[in-house]
Write a protein that binds this ligand. Structure first.
Ligand SMILES: *[C@@H]1O[C@H](CO)[C@@H](O)[C@H](O)[C@H]1NC(C)=O
Ligand SMILES: *[C@@H]1O[C@H](CO)[C@@H](O)[C@H](O)[C@H]1NC(C)=O
Length: 185
């Protein structure tokens, strides 16, 4: 008798537990997608290895030789100014900080960049884009990848078309023209 009562209460309890909306159900709520922006930026980057005030210094790896300022395996730290025009005397709008690694064992120089390009002027003051990419330096026109960003460049992705504006192959000094296309929030 007790057993039957027990089974019966379980059955009653499970009936109570059946969800109420077994009917066809639908509900719509507003969906607000974030409008992505596309920004083009054009500037010049000055990578100076020579002289008393270099903007890039070797921090490890084999010793540079004449005509090979960046031997395979060498790592450089950089704090390169970026400017509006190709001359170093033109308006400074930010800087590129980070490292590059000479990564190609073959004859063509390849630098793997891991740099943060930050802006100190204009509407992007305080914002930056993150670059992690191989950079086949011997190709005059090449492309490097933008993998993220800060500030107004949150969730950035994109690429930079790089053009060698000036290169001294003896000491490694270079002026690079950067043409960036950035998709971001
Ligand atoms: C850029 O931002 C910094 C920090 O907010 C500020 O001190 C500086 O004056 C700003 N520069 C320009 C050119 O707006
Ligand atoms: C390139 O660098 C070498 C070594 O510093 C220097 O002697 C030469 O004048 C430079 N070339 C140019 C075109 O500036």
């Amino acid at each position: 008798m007790e057993k039957i009562f027990f089974v019966a209460s379980i059955l009653i309890l499970s009936i109570w537990a059946i969800p109420v909306h077994s009917n066809y159900y639908s509900k719509s709520i507003p969906y607000d997608p974030i409008q992505l922006k596309k920004t083009h930026l054009h500037f010049y980057l000055h990578d100076i290895l020579s002289g008393k005030n270099p903007t890039a210094v070797q921090i490890s790896g084999p010793k540079p030789t004449p005509n090979n300022p960046t031997p395979f395996g060498s790592i450089f730290a950089l704090d390169d100014p970026i400017t509006e025009g190709p001359e170093l005397s033109s308006k400074v709008i930010g800087n590129a900080q980070g490292t590059y690694l000479s990564s190609n064992q073959g004859k063509d120089l390849n630098l793997v960049l891991s740099i943060d390009i930050g802006f100190t002027a204009g509407k992007f003051n305080g914002s930056s884009i993150s670059v992690f990419s191989r950079n086949p330096v011997t190709e005059k026109h090449r492309e490097i990848a933008i993998v993220g960003g800060r500030g107004r460049f949150r969730y950035a992705r994109g690429f930079i078309a790089v053009n060698t504006y000036y290169l001294n192959t003896t000491n490694g000094d270079a002026v690079l023209e950067y043409n960036a296309e950035i998709i971001h929030h």
